[in-house]
Design a protein. Structure first.
Length: 269
């Protein structure tokens, strides 16, 4: 039995497009609805109460649009809100933390894993707990990077400013001798070149999006939620702030034009 309903994804802004790209690659038959909460970006300095509130409102919106499954395309909300809102909605959902941690453990050669993420994600300890639960002998090094999301949202990836910021946050991790780094915020893949320049080829970079979408595909198959009917997929995009930011980021990162982005004010419902 085929299920043609869309898959929902959400993030604080443009970073979740890195997850959308993996959905297009690994689940090409699936339609999607993407919500970028760029009126509230960055999420890193937000309180847990605020983050849960944002997630609850966005999920209510996605459910109202008929999604069959939700991918938290945001590490911060995956680490803080998922365990709470999962009990409020019947729609199945998945976050980035456990799949990303599992992939890091798989590829690590020396058991020294770095996690670079927003302040809220690092403070939550979610990646640290997930990694240690998989291998108690791992050495885990966390690094908050509050300047990176604003740089990406401002379209400044690939600039001297972004390289300097990545160097500021990446050097302590390199000095700690990490062999693997989890890019614990979906925005950070926009800065992949900077990370590779700062850390060198000996440090493996883990993008949790790949492992997460693979895990989502497996779960959707178990639940009978895959769209096996064929035909073109339909992708819709919504934001809570300026639509032009997402439109431009999608053009640059996805390499193609996307349908018009619609602004939705969830605060005013």
């Amino acid at each position: 039995m085929s299920d043609a309903r869309p898959v929902g994804l959400f993030d604080s802004g443009v970073g979740g497009l890195t997850v959308s790209r993996q959905v297009f690659r690994l689940l090409p038959g699936e339609s999607t609805i993407y919500f970028g909460d760029n009126a509230h970006v960055p999420y890193g300095p937000r309180t847990a109460e605020e983050l849960v509130g944002f997630a609850r409102d966005i999920l209510a919106f996605l459910v109202s649009r008929g999604v069959k499954y939700v991918i938290f395309a945001c590490n911060t909300n995956s680490s803080v809100s998922l365990s709470v809102v999962r009990n409020l909605f019947a729609v199945p959902m998945i976050g980035l933390i456990e799949p990303g941690a599992r992939e890091a453990v798989r590829v690590s050669t020396g058991g020294r894993i770095g996690v670079i993420a927003t302040e809220a994600t690092i403070k939550s300890g979610a990646y640290q707990r997930a990694l240690k639960s998989m291998d108690a002998g791992l050495a885990v090094f966390g690094q908050a990077a509050p300047r990176l999301v604003p740089l990406v949202e401002a379209g400044m990836a690939g600039t001297a400013e972004s390289l300097a910021a990545v160097a500021e946050y990446g050097r302590p991790l390199k000095e700690a001798g990490i062999d693997t780094l989890i890019l614990g915020c979906t925005h950070y893949l926009f800065l992949e070149k900077e990370f590779r320049q700062v850390l060198g080829p000996e440090v493996k970079l883990v993008d949790p999006a790949v492992a997460t979408v693979k895990a989502a595909r497996e779960e959707m198959a178990r639940r009978g939620l895959l769209n096996d009917a064929g035909g073109p997929a339909c992708h819709r995009y919504y934001v809570s702030g300026d639509p032009r930011v997402l439109q431009e980021a999608a053009r640059c990162f996805l390499g193609c034009a996307i349908p018009p982005v619609e602004q939705v004010n969830l605060d005013g419902k």
